[in-house]
Design a protein around this ligand. Sequence first.
Ligand code: HEC
Ligand code: HEC
Length: 291
Amino acid sequence: MLRIVIAVGACLLAASTAIAETPVERGNYLVNSIMACGNCHSPRDAEGKLIADKALSGGLAFNTPPFVATAPNITADKETGIGSWSDAEIKRALIEGARPDHGRLAGVPLAAIMPANFYKALLPEDLDAVVAYLRSVKPVRNQVPDPVYRAPVRRDPYPDADAGFSKAMLADPVKRGAYLVTIGHCMECHSAWSRGVSDFKGGLGGGGRVLPPREGTPEGTPGTVVPNITAHPTAGLGGWSDAEIIRAVTHGVARDGRPLKPPMAYGYYAGLKNSDQADIVAYLRTVPALP
Ligand code: HEC
Ligand code: HEC
């Protein structure tokens, strides 16, 4: 009898250690799957392929009407990365878009392309996990060019992030999907956009925004029109099966088999756990249909 109890206990222990993630593991998962920080912050070669050993050391340059900014080095390098920032300072950058009061451009707000208006939704333990992971990233020396600001920073409020999430809410698969779609800032690209303002209320998931081609792509490359991912039966994902949506999100294959264009971050979303994929689909099914 005693032996059976011990055996059962050992099994339970094995199961719980398999499930429990350390903060660094959780942060690694978030940063390199749903949050896809490297989609902006990691450098790519001339063919657009990520340079693996330079991950997060500074990436895309954005040249937009309100600002010119390069996604900075967020490795643990002390001089050119964020190695000398405190945990609190990294958190403020993530959820408030604020720079520390020391170092490069002290106190100057970060351009709105850094999705702090979405990241403010992070549960405290997930925010801690992202910081723990960033601290563990191998330092790479790389100084990105300074930004140029042509207008004051303005982030469009994202209603789900402003309302916030709690751990209890995330027991519901649809809410968990909403949380993932928020911290994945999916709707930043996929919502209606005009004259520099996102419409997250009337145009949530409606698509139509045209994203400029990546810097360095040949002159004259057309921008990418972001598709409608609302539940609309023909214009959106309403007629797609769950498997078709998951294939698009994690493998970059459209319903008709066409490869999806960047900057859709399917290379990162490929690492999403099956349960998180299912929750994202459950939430997308609830996004009000837009034509
Ligand atoms: C859509 C592109 C994009 C994504 C996604 C993104 N960032 Fe950023 N981030 C930027 C840009 C661009 C800046 C610099 C803005 C500026 O210079 O005003 C920035 C700035 C930062 C800074 C401040 C660094 C410094 O030296 O000033 C930190 C820290 C940061 N990002 C961390 C992250 C993390 C962690 C993630 C993922 C959880 C992430 N970012 C996702 C574009 C992005
Ligand atoms: C940085 C911008 C960006 C982000 C963030 C983004 N997407 Fe996309 N998404 C795109 C673009 C661009 C395309 C495809 C363009 C093409 O090939 O026509 C796309 C395509 C898709 C498609 C295929 C739809 C169709 O009609 O073919 C789905 C589904 C999708 N995205 C869901 C998501 C989800 C879910 C997230 C968040 C986890 C997300 N996207 C985040 C830009 C983005």
